[in-house]
Design a protein around this ligand. Structure first.
Ligand SMILES: Cc1cc2nc3c(=O)[nH]c(=O)nc-3n(C[C@H](O)[C@H](O)[C@H](O)COP(=O)(O)O)c2cc1C
Length: 195
């Protein structure tokens, strides 16, 4: 297969896309869209997030040392896009969509009632990288909509209608998994058994 080469750029697709709520020192709440976000450590549970310093959210998150990562669903795509193109410096985005907020448990910043999963985070460090600063966020608490739990209390993310972002477009996820963690190895073991 012949390959073309592009100059080094951030082509890691698909990416998650999330709505981040934050609170200023004067108790104002803001919301913005983030795609440069990823889990980087399990224990401690750490998420890395790239934020441009000119965002209003940057100031709020730095001031309070916390934020909430809200996972959006298919029916929230318009909110996701809008909160990613309009700044809280220009408009109160929470008011614009009449978004209901849910009180923080481990932190003072509220989450979005509409989001089925919300990760309450504390800022561990901020490192300037270039266009964006790298925020390392420790997850202190996770709110999960009880409707996502099955009878064994397993969280069924496939029921949540979550979305992702790829090369400028929003996509829904297919509800049936293509495989599950470790299935490739499990198959091999079965084969070995019959060797
Ligand atoms: C799909 C999408 C993904 C985005 N990802 C990021 C991101 O990872 N980091 C960032 O700083 N801005 C990102 N943005 C841009 C901000 O969300 C946008 O500038 C927003 O209006 C900032 O709002 P604020 O000034 O109220 O904080 C993204 C926008 C969109 C539409």
């Amino acid at each position: 297969m012949s390959k073309l080469n592009f100059k080094g750029s951030v082509m890691l697709n698909p990416a998650p896309v999330v709505l981040v709520t934050s609170k200023s020192s004067s108790n104002k709440i803001n919301i913005f869209t983030v795609a440069w976000v990823s889990t980087v450590c399990t224990k401690d549970p750490i998420i890395a997030m790239g934020v441009r310093p000119e965002r209003l959210s940057y100031t709020y998150i730095k001031e309070s040392g916390e934020c909430v990562i809200n996972l959006p669903t298919k029916d929230m795509v318009k909110i996701v896009d809008y909160c990613g193109v309009v700044s809280g410096k220009k408009e109160d985005k929470i008011k614009h969509f009449d978004l209901e907020l849910n009180k923080g448990i481990k932190i003072a910043t509220p989450s979005l009632e509409k989001s089925p999963v919300a990760l309450e985070c504390k800022v561990k460090s901020i490192t300037p990288l270039g266009t964006h600063d790298l925020f390392l966020l420790e997850v202190l608490n996770v709110k999960v909509d009880e409707n996502l739990l099955d009878s064994n209390n397993k969280i069924c993310f496939n029921k949540a209608n979550l979305i992702c972002y790829s090369h400028g477009e929003y996509y829904g996820l297919i509800s049936k998994p293509l495989g599950s963690f470790g299935y490739s190895v499990k198959k091999k073991k079965k084969k070995d058994k019959f060797k």
